[in-house]
Ligand binder design. Structure first.
Ligand SMILES: [Zn+2]
Length: 395
């Protein structure tokens, strides 16, 4: 038997239930038991970690992140993955999708291949996972290259391509099964064929960087799009006679909404509207962070180009917002402050909801028997004091 560990917690949010004075018993990488202290028998020889003045929640899952700590994930190296993972774990994130930015096909395929190798190696049972520092890459999110040039945000216009199932096949083959999300603009000619192929290969479909009308967005949702990326940003604006993709996202329960909750990308009133329309169960917090996250102001790489970071805000040379420097621990606190919902009500938006969308909510995003022991320990102001990734303390 592997070494047992027991985390004694003041409060546990599973996140759907609250357990006061609880215990989480960890056996290796998994949660063996969870419940109130007086119901869980801690076997002799167990290492007991006292967090009786703290809150324990599932580790956060970031479905949309390009980089952090000076590294862009398209570098596709262990060095980049370890640097990003270490930084994220300090902020309670235990799993993420390595997200690409539109680049030349060669560069995209290279990133897909190298990230795919790292991700597949980390998922074997040989313990290779423990070679990755901090948060684990759970898959690849391809953002682009089939976007609408009118809503490209920071994606370089010269590299945006016409939707092509051939190109998609190359990208999926390069990733060798590690691609989990594909984001495109559904209104561009040929996009629906790409959407259908990606879906048939088991990917979740994001729509965004899009000038879609309401009808075009609805067609994509009917064809199986599951989430809209960074809602409100890089989308056709909502108007009362032309509600567009935002109108579809707000009223259609079949689609979830990603949100960058840093108070810069979207203002609080628009966030409250989104929460009213979608409910917290269809909201997914993402960082969309760049290599400049966790670094001083200055110039940083995003894929193939330079982004300037000043006061934590990232912009391209043309002045377009280009991703963020936020982490999900701060995004959750912001969401609670902006909406008046409790922290616990907001918590699924960074844990259970992304895990469920990705079809991994038995293993990730929950504190439950048999799930991975991915945990964030918080003080009473919801700041992270310790993180566990598959049972290992990483701070
Ligand atoms: Zn984007």
């Amino acid at each position: 038997m592997k070494a047992l560990k027991a985390i004694v917690a003041g409060t546990i949010y599973t996140p759907t239930e609250t357990i006061q004075n609880g215990v989480i018993l960890i056996d290796g990488a998994r949660i063996a038991k969870v419940g109130p202290k007086d119901e869980i028998k801690i076997p002799p020889g167990t290492k007991v970690v006292d967090n009786s003045d703290r809150i324990v929640v599932p580790g956060f899952i970031d479905m949309h992140i390009h980089g952090a700590a000076g590294h862009d994930l398209m570098e596709g190296t262990m060095e980049a993955v370890n640097a990003v993972g270490t930084y994220l774990a300090r902020h309670g994130t235990t799993g993420y999708l390595a997200t690409t930015v539109t680049a030349s096909l060669d560069r995209t395929l290279h990133a897909g291949k190298t990230l795919g190798e790292i991700i597949r190696a980390s998922q074997t049972s040989s313990g290779a996972t423990d070679k990755i520092a901090g948060a684990q890459p759970l898959g690849i999110h391809y953002e682009g290259p089939f976007l609408n040039v009118k809503k490209r945000g920071a994606h370089p216009a010269s590299q945006i391509q016409k939707p092509s199932t051939e190109t998609l096949t190359k990208m999926l083959d390069a990733a060798g099964g590690a691609a989990r999300v594909f984001t495109l603009a559904p209104e561009v000619e040929g996009a629906l064929a790409v959407l259908e192929l990606a879906r048939s290969r088991g990917l979740k479909i994001g729509i965004g960087h899009s000038n879609a009308t309401f009808e075009e967005a609805e067609r994509a949702i009917a064809a199986g799009a599951t989430q809209a990326v960074h809602v409100y940003n890089a989308m056709r604006p909502f108007q009362h006679r032309d509600s567009g993709i935002i109108g579809a996202v707000l009223i259609d329960d079949r689609i979830s909404a990603e949100l960058i909750c840093d108070g810069v990308h979207v203002e609080a009133s628009a966030i409250r509207l989104l929460v009213k329309a979608k409910g917290v169960e269809r909201l997914i917090l993402v960082s969309d962070s760049l290599s400049g996250a966790g670094m001083p102001d200055g110039n940083y790489r995003l894929g193939n180009f330079t982004v300037h970071v000043a006061g934590g805000v990232c912009r391209t040379v043309e002045g377009n917002l280009a991703g963020s420097t936020i982490t999900l621990d701060a995004a959750l606190r912001n969401l609670s402050n902006f909406t008046g919902l409790t922290y616990q009500q907001c918590l699924p938006c960074a844990t259970l909801n992304p895990a469920r969308l990705l079809g991994m909510d038995k293993q990730k995003g929950v504190i439950a028997v048999g799930a991975d022991a991915d945990l964030a320990i918080l003080d009473r102001e919801y700041h992270v004091t310790q993180t566990y990734v598959r049972g290992r303390p990483v701070l």
